[in-house]
Ligand binder design. Sequence first.
Ligand SMILES: CN(CC(=O)O)C(=O)CN
Length: 473
Amino acid sequence: MPYTPPSETPDSNTPLDDQQGWQTTPYPITTMPPGIPYIVGNEAAERFSFYGMKAILTVFMTQYLIGSGGSVDPMSDNDAKFWVHTFVMAAYFTPLLGAFLADWLFGKYKTILYLSVLYCFGHLALALDETRMGLAIGLSLIALGTGAIKPCVSAHVGDQFGTKNSHLLSKVFGWFYVAINLGAFASTVLTPWLLDRFGPQIAFGVPGVLMAIATLLFWMGRNKFVHIPPRGPQVFRDAFTGEGGRALLRLAPIYVLVAVFWSLFDQTASAWVLQAENMDRTVMGVELLSSQIQAANPFLILILVPLFSYAVYPAISKVFPLTPLRKITIGMFVTVFAFSISALIETSIQNGGTPSISWQVLAYVLLTAAEVMVSITCLEFSYTQAPNSMKSIVMSFYMLSVSLGNFITAGVNAIISNADGTSKLPGASYYWFFTGLMLVAAVIFIAVAVTYRGKQYIQESEVEAESEAEGTA
Ligand SMILES: CN(CC(=O)O)C(=O)CN
């Protein structure tokens, strides 16, 4: 039986799916949709599983990996960086597959459920097999699962809302980002400690259990969700012709340049972890593990998101009107400063120093501030610039920019790797290279932002906003 909210009775005419008895249009209620706690809980547990596993990946590859002879046979630093970024690249390429599968064939609920089960098997493979084979199978299944469900989960949140309660949507997206980062923070602190204390089986096993809980929570919400049916082959026509195609063409240069931001940002899981190994990580008498420092990012997100919304943006707007593309431009320049700090840290290490980890934390503050300006703004911008019928597909194209960013990083690491495991860009020159790349991308982005002519689509209406000068930009 479909769920009936206790305080407000759904309209008796709201359509139901014939076969499943599921609700197929938003409930005509003014309150929070009943499926939301299941989606937010699922997201927190899923992000715990993803970030926990990702947090220990570099250290696992460079210190714990077992060779065919049964003894430890780790990867070089360059190889580990290459494979971590190849994995993240794959994880942000599969959203495209998930979005099309959901909108074309299965609907979002079934796509999320089936792929979540595969995702659990990926964690299982990592926990049970510590060789390169286990790593390859595990990471392939996880990349498929986590990526393909990602655009569907965000769009599934939006699907729960109708016109009567759409005013609650931004609040729920706020909870959603907080849930992501709460899960990420907890797992980034815990999982490196589990690896250090109990080894890879437990450290990869715990994120696996959390993914199983995420899947169970999602299944428990099945009779409370609104299930928007798939649209069949129409989805391809919308994506590649007409309005949808034009929106994607307009957004493409933005996504290519934002990819450079992701190329640098995602090195917090690789280069910055390896750098932290050579730093003084004692904080208040406790020595932190190198991979635990990554927890600074989700922790800072919890502080910086409200700070930017209620203080920083209003203050800047008083002297300089802030459009989404201006926020992204500023964020890209802030990333240049964040990476310059990591280059200076590396210079100090090369000169025989052991700099305090607080320098890397300072770099995290700048990089996380940049993330708020680039990532959150870009998500919101992509959503508003996408025609209503293809919001999740446009979101999955945005996620391709993360994939492209990691392709750049993996590619650079492959090119600079010498046969003996050394690097053609040793020490600080590696960090200065990416800092320079970010500076070039940020400067080009100014030109793209100034010339962008956007069209904004709002729920159940289409607002022509061919921008004057920057308009929506
Ligand atoms: C990159 N993200 C978003 C996500 O969905 O994981 C972060 O929240 C990183 N702080």
